[in-house]
Design a protein around this ligand. Structure first.
Ligand SMILES: C[S@@+](CC[C@H](N)C(=O)[O-])C[C@H]1O[C@@H](n2cnc3c(N)ncnc32)[C@H](O)[C@@H]1O
Length: 260
């Protein structure tokens, strides 16, 4: 299995910094991603630390097979999946996030998505929600990496930013307590739905469902399979077809948007 190298600066020294851990232990903000140029993104720590809500469930209902939640945070999605009988694993670079996920009844591993992961190439569904398409600051590199984590024909459920944006920024976590300059900056990205579709298609992912729930735009993607046609590849193609049939193509939508 080839390993996709992480974009620079995606390691544990970023989200694993104190402000995030402190916010997760409190179960609330304030917590922001603060850009070098003053750009400020409030983080919804309260929602992340609560139970999965209706919008979350609109994504979880579509999950097929074993699920890997990439950047699981405090683990509400992993816990909800486990409670519904799914095999689910959360991965996160933050020790506080992994600890909290485990305490809520979910399985979690402290690991970057760019490091080797258990069962690479065998996950039925990957989740990149709550803005996690921004991990690493390069959505295309992340989408390439996730393609190696999921099974052939696996489903990737992503959440886009709620407005039309396509930006790469250098940010740090800020809860108002750190002295400016103390928390490390790291690359992050924000992409709206249109940009997400462009990046996804460029990496061989096709949208198989788009919907909005509680103002949150979701896009379900499936990676186009490379079908080889030479006779010596027939066995490979057949087994790919079997795997593919395990992943339903008709995804029911809540509020279908264009392309569903
Ligand atoms: C925007 S927050 C989303 C939180 C989360 N989805 C939730 O439900 O609480 C981003 C999460 O991704 C994690 N993260 C950042 N970089 C990561 C990486 N390279 N690999 C895995 N997780 C990462 C952070 O620690 C953080 O928990």
């Amino acid at each position: 299995m080839s390993t996709v190298l992480p974009p620079a600066g995606t390691g544990a020294a970023t989200w694993a910094a104190d402000p995030y851990g402190r916010a997760l232990s409190r179960g609330r903000g304030p917590l922001f991603l603060r850009g070098e140029d003053g750009w400020l993104l409030p983080l919804d720590v309260e929602r992340w630390c609560a139970d999965a809500d209706a919008a979350d469930l609109s994504a979880l209902r579509r999950c097929v097979g074993p699920v890997i939640d990439i950047g699981c945070g405090p683990g509400r999605l992993v816990a909800a999946l486990a409670a519904r009988g799914h095999r689910a694993l959360g991965i996160d670079v933050s020790e506080a996030a992994v600890g909290r996920t485990r305490r809520t009844g979910g399985a979690a591993l402290r690991r970057s998505v760019f490091e080797p992961l258990p069962d690479e190439g065998r996950w039925g569904t990957g989740l990149l929600v709550d803005g996690n398409i921004g991990i690493g600051g390069d959505p295309r590199a992340l989408l390439r990496r996730v393609a190696t984590v999921l099974a052939p024909g696996g489903l990737l459920i992503t959440e886009a930013a709620p407005h039309d944006v396509d930006e790469r920024v250098r940010v740090r976590l800020d809860d108002g307590r750190e002295q400016p300059g103390t928390a490390p900056h790291f690359p992050w990205a924000r992409v709206g739905e249109a940009a997400l579709l462009v990046h996804a298609r460029s990496e061989g992912w096709e949208p198989v469902g788009q919907w909005e729930a509680d103002g949150r735009p979701f896009v379900a993607l499936r990676r186009a399979r490379t079908v080889r046609t030479t006779s010596q590849d027939a066995d490979t193609a057949n087994s790919a077809a079997v795997i593919s049939s395990q992943f339903p193509r008709n995804l029911s939508g809540d509020i279908p948007l264009a392309g569903s």
